[in-house]
Design a protein around this ligand. Structure first.
Ligand code: ATR
Length: 275
């Protein structure tokens, strides 16, 4: 390979994305002759964007809103996990062909393993709040990790039921109002809704009666400690914030494009936090 290796993040809007900072950190840490750019791309512009990156010899790209589902559709090949999740967040370009992967579920599990020092009770049911795109990645990863039962609670129950139909018999659907009653034997409680994000109302959940060895984790990372995590911690639960999911999901793309296996460590976390 010769010349600067190029990758970037495709989205709209995308200027807020911290991926260039993250990949930029690794590029300089590993001394790679590479670059990683913001690639603002309107909703109807994905195909054209991908064609031009292919033509210009780019290594690949991350894909974020609103393009994740279309990115999977237009790929020549996709990993099993991308197909199961129904969306792609990482594209690799090789010999004029587009390969799609979805590393969000991988990032979710790696973050939990990294940040929940005593692990979580994987033999117990996990409760997943929310049934949107992020929930699909979390569900896939927990099933893949061997979770015996996943309880999905969503404000719009029909979306949770659709996930149960799709992902099979280990999924149980819980009424949104009944969420608190489904927590007593849970090993893991996951927020995948946008509640608690800066500017959004908090996710209010009663952790009374939840076992002290349960772990609560949020995929929201602005703020780092969401009201959901603060309340779980106040009840003595171990908590894992959402920043690491973002950091870990980026690892497979970096390795594929730039040829180095990057590491997520405390220094990277503090640099990303400072930004
Ligand atoms: P993403 O792809 O990021 O998961 P999404 O598909 O818009 O985004 O899903 C957002 C999730 O947050 C959904 O589960 C949504 O519930 P609905 O399916 O009922 O819309 C949930 N959510 C957003 N605002 C909410 C609120 N005020 N109360 C409860 N759930 C909310």
């Amino acid at each position: 390979m010769t010349g600067t290796l190029r990758a970037g993040v495709i989205g709209w809007p995308v200027e807020h994305s911290i991926s260039p900072k993250l990949h930029g950190y690794w590029l300089s840490a590993y001394g790679v002759d590479g670059s990683y750019a913001h690639l603002p791309t309107p909703a109807d512009g994905l195909e054209e964007r991908v064609s031009s990156l292919l033509r210009d010899g780019w290594r690949g790209a991350n894909v974020t809103l609103p393009h994740k589902e279309e990115a999977l559709r237009l790929a020549d090949e996709a990993t099993e996990r991308a197909r199961a999740i129904g969306a792609a967040n990482t594209l690799m370009f090789r010999k004029g062909r587009v390969f799609a992967d979805n590393t969000d579920g991988f990032g979710f599990i790696e973050n939990l393993q990294d940040r929940a020092p005593r692990g979580w009770r994987a033999d117990r049911p996990a409760v997943v709040l929310g049934a949107g795109g992020a929930s699909r990645a979390v569900i896939w990863s927990l099933l893949d990790a061997g979770a015996p039962e996943l309880r999905i609670a969503n404000r719009t129950r029909a979306r949770a039921e659709a996930l149960a139909t799709e992902f099979g018999p280990r999924i149980a659907v819980i009424d949104w109002e009944e969420t608190a009653n489904s927590l007593s034997d849970a090993g893991l409680i996951v927020n995948t809704t946008s509640l608690g994000m800066k500017g959004e109302p908090p996710l209010e959940l009663d952790f009374e009666g939840v076992g002290p060895d349960a772990v609560a984790t949020d995929i929201v990372y602005t703020p780092l400690e969401t009201p959901f995590l603060a309340s779980a911690a106040a009840h003595g639960l171990a908590t894992v914030d959402g920043l690491g999911m973002l950091l870990h999901q980026a690892r497979p793309g970096f390795e594929a494009w730039f040829g180095e296996k990057p590491v997520v460590d405390d220094r990277l976390r503090s640099i990303m936090l400072a930004s």
